[in-house]
Write a protein that binds this ligand. Sequence first.
Ligand code: AOF
Ligand code: ZN
Length: 376
Amino acid sequence: EPTRFARDRFDEADDHYMGLALELADAGLYTARPNPRVGCVLVRDGAIVGRGCHLRAGEAHAEVNALRQAGDLATGATAYISLEPCSHHGRTPPCADALITAGVSRVVVAMADPNPRVAGGGLARLAQNGIAVAVGLREAQARALNAGFISRMERRRPWLRLKLAASLDGRTAMASGESKWITGAAARADVHDWRARSCAVMTGIGTALADDPALTVRDHPQADNLPSQPARVLLDTRLRLSPTARLLAQPGRAVVYTISDDGPRVATLRDAGAEVRVVASAGGRVDPLAVLEDLAAQEINEVLVECGPVLAGYLLQHGLVDELLLYQAMHLLGDDARPLAHLPGLEHMSERLSLRLLELRQVGDDVFFRLAPKGE
Ligand code: AOF
Ligand code: ZN
C-alpha cells in the first residue's frame, strides 16, 4: 500500500544522521536475532542528544535506549531511526508511544517495519499525534542490513546465503570426496563471520557423512557473546546421520529434516540430541523450500548453507539462493575433481545461470566473491 509520508524531503544533515543510525544498528549484527538490527539518533538544534541501538531480543529497542540517554533534551528533537518504531506490545512496550511521550517533534525512518504487527502502524500513530514523519531515507542500506528479518516477514522464508569454496578451475573436492582444505585459514575465518551473523547453518547429508562438520562459530570475537550458536540444520532424506556425528554434540539446536518414518532411527537421533522434523518431499528427497518455510516459522532470519554440489545445484536451479559467497583458491585440481554445483547440461548460452557481482575482495591468498543470481 502506498505510504502517505514524504519520501523525498531529506537534506544532507538528514542523510548524515541516518548514516549514524545505521552505524549504530550494526552493533546488533551478531546479537539482535531474531529481531532486526536497529539504530536511533536523536538530534536537537544541530546537536546529537541521544544514541541507541537494539542489542538483544527482549532488551530495550533502539529508540528507548536513545531516549534514556537524551532525557529532557528529547523534547522537540528529531529522531533518525533505521526502522519504523514499533506500535505493538511485544517483549517490550511500543516505541512509538515512548517517542510521543518524550515530545519528539519529527521522526525520520529508513524503512517501514515489515512485521505485520507493525506495518505502518507506528508511523500512523506518530502522525496522529502531530509528529512530522518521513520515510525512505537510505532504505536500500537499511534493507540490506536486515535482509533476513525482512525476508522472513515478507516471503515467509529466511534469506539464504550459499557458501562455496572452489579451486581456480571451479572444483570443490577431489573425486574421493577429500575437500580439506581448498581455501586458506583466512577464508575459513571469514566463513565463521558469516556463520556468526546467521540464525542457522545448513548442510546436506553428503557433506555431513564426508566431513563430519561441527558447524559452530569458533575463533570469532563474538563467539561467546552470541545469543546462541546458530541452529545446525541438516537435510537428511533417509536419516543416514550417525548418532555420534559432531554436529549433534555442540551447544545449541541441531535440527534434522527428513522424509523418513523410520521410528527407531528417529529415536536414536533424538537420544543423540537432534530435533527430527519430517517435511514434504520433492522428487524423493527432503524439499528444501519446505525446510526453509519451516525455519522461518521458527524465527530463523538468515541461513548460511555450506554444502556439496548436489544441494548447491538444487538450490541454485530452484531460485532459492539469495546470495552466493564464493571463496576461490589459486590452484588447479584437475578434471577428476568435483564441480561447484551439479546443474543440468545446457545447450545454449541463453539458458545460463547469470550472477551479479556485489562484492569482490582478497582474503588471505584466496579471492572472495559475493554474488546474487540475476532475474529474481
Ligand atoms: C523498534 N525498535 O529497536 C526494534 C524493533 O518482541 P519485541 O518487543 O522485542 O519486538 C520485536 C519486534 O519489534 C520486531 O519483530 C520488529 O517488528 C520490531 N523491532 N522495533 O521500534 C527496535 N528492534
Ligand atoms: Zn520498538
